[in-house]
Design a protein around this ligand. Structure first.
Ligand code: GDP
Ligand code: MN
Length: 399
């Protein structure tokens, strides 16, 4: 789960990271009011959308009077920002954040990620901030400092100081830098984050170290124990198909093809997509019902896949380990009895209780096409689509 910049800043502030004064606005009038409240003579109006790279597409504007704050905000509301990180559909601006303008002396990068190879939190930092980390990695790879945190000891002040020195902070700034690095680390660890990114972290002309931008992502599986974080969720920033799935506890990724896929396990989903492509078809989605899926869950998955108009055939591919083929079969039957589908359904079951599962499907009277191997299932699904398309074409031609 991702949150907005202003929310991430509020959190980091609670962990001792300095941020400029700012306020949230839902209208241009409110943005002007915020600027007045903050005071000073320079403000930054920032679109609050779940994507980085806003600066390059008009989502960050520097203003030097209240009228331009109004205009900048007015311009942003309702606008769709498309950035390299947002995906082609972009993200719509419903909130803006108004912040005191800061005189920047230096821009740095400070991030915290989960390093999967060492299974530890890794601090990633660079003295060349302001641009995306991928760009820093390709243009100035040597400027990147990586430091792994031992989970038993936590991030020591010594380690944080070492990182601060390697970023070239002056002696008088080290203490502030250490507090910032420690703050980012504690926020990550204490709140089940998967990512904390401060880019840019700046040194102001007055010598203060501040987070000018902040991004945080959280582990969805831990949100049950972080109610204060899960209530920061903003569904307006998510793909509606994926939101509907997440609300039902399913993991769904929408794609552009016409074969709906219901599988268990991400690895099997990838293999299924590969086999469909090999057979000359295109998957419409990636839906993982997970291990131990109940009949009810399978039925939910069916409804979700069918709600996509592009779907011309549904392929159910289950390799049951913890799961059981008979439960999945019951789910398929329940779903089809409650809502008969107008597209062919191809089912391939393997693993625990496979015979019982097949028997349930065969005896149920619902129409499904059975397949015993993954490649057979993929071929049948692709075949069913072309058959559908040509029948529709024939009907169209006949009428
Ligand atoms: P992003 O493009 O979505 O990553 O948005 P950022 O919040 O990082 O803003 C982009 C850039 O705008 C920053 O790298 C800064 O160079 C600039 N910027 C943001 N806030 C201020 C500010 O208060 N003063 C000045 N001078 N520049 C700012
Ligand atoms: Mn940024």
């Amino acid at each position: 789960m991702d949150i907005h910049e202003y929310q991430a800043k509020e959190i980091l502030k609670g962990f001792g990271v300095k941020i400029p004064p700012g306020g949230l606005a839902y209208s241009p009038e409110q943005a002007t009011y915020r600027a007045h409240e903050i005071g000073g003579e320079r403000w930054v109006v920032k679109a609050q959308v779940h994507t980085g790279g806003r600066g390059k597409v008009g989502g960050v504007k520097l203003c030097d009077n209240e009228q331009t704050v109004f205009e900048a905000a007015n311009d942003m509301f309702g606008k769709k920002l498309v950035t390299p990180q947002s995906g082609p559909n972009g993200k719509i601006v419903y909130r803006v954040y108004v912040e005191a303008g800061v005189d920047i002396e230096r821009e740095l990068y400070l991030g915290f990620v989960l390093d999967r190879s060492t299974e530890r939190i890794m601090v990633v930092a660079s003295a060349s901030g302001g641009m995306e980390i991928e760009d820093i990695a390709s243009s100035e790879p040597d400027s990147i400092v990586r430091s792994i945190v031992d989970p038993a000891a936590g991030l020591s002040d010594f380690q944080a100081r070492e990182i601060a020195f390697s970023l070239g902070f002056a002696n008088t700034q080290i203490q502030q830098a250490v507090a910032t690095i420690q703050g980012g680390y504690r926020a990550f660890r204490d709140l089940d984050a998967t990512m904390v990114e401060i880019n840019p972290l700046v040194v102001t002309r007055q010598g203060a170290i501040m987070a000018l931008d902040a991004k945080m992502g959280f582990d969805d599986n831990a949100m049950f124990r972080r109610p204060e974080i899960s209530e920061l969720r903003d569904k307006s920033q998510e793909d509606p198909r994926e939101t509907r799935a997440a609300d039902r506890g399913l993991s769904y990724v929408g794609l552009d093809g016409n074969i709906g896929c219901i599988v268990n396990g991400a690895g099997l989903a990838m293999a299924t997509m590969d086999m469909i492509k090999l057979a000359g078809g295109e998957p419409a989605n990636f839906l993982d019902i997970g291990g131990g899926a109940s009949a009810e869950r399978v039925a939910k998955a069916f409804r979700l896949v069918r709600s996509d108009d592009k779907v011309e055939a549904i392929l159910v591919n289950i390799f049951a380990g913890i799961n059981r083929c008979d439960w999945v079969a019951q789910g398929v039957v329940q779903a089809l009895e409650a809502n008969p589908v107008d597209v062919p359904v191809i089912v391939r079951l393997a693993g625990t209780h496979v015979e019982e599962g097949r028997a349930i499907l065969v005896d149920s009277g619902v129409t499904v096409i059975m397949a015993s191997t993954l490649s057979e299932a993929a071929e049948k699904a692709v075949g069913a689509c072309t058959l559908q398309t040509s029948t529709t074409a024939q009907m169209a031609a006949a009428s």
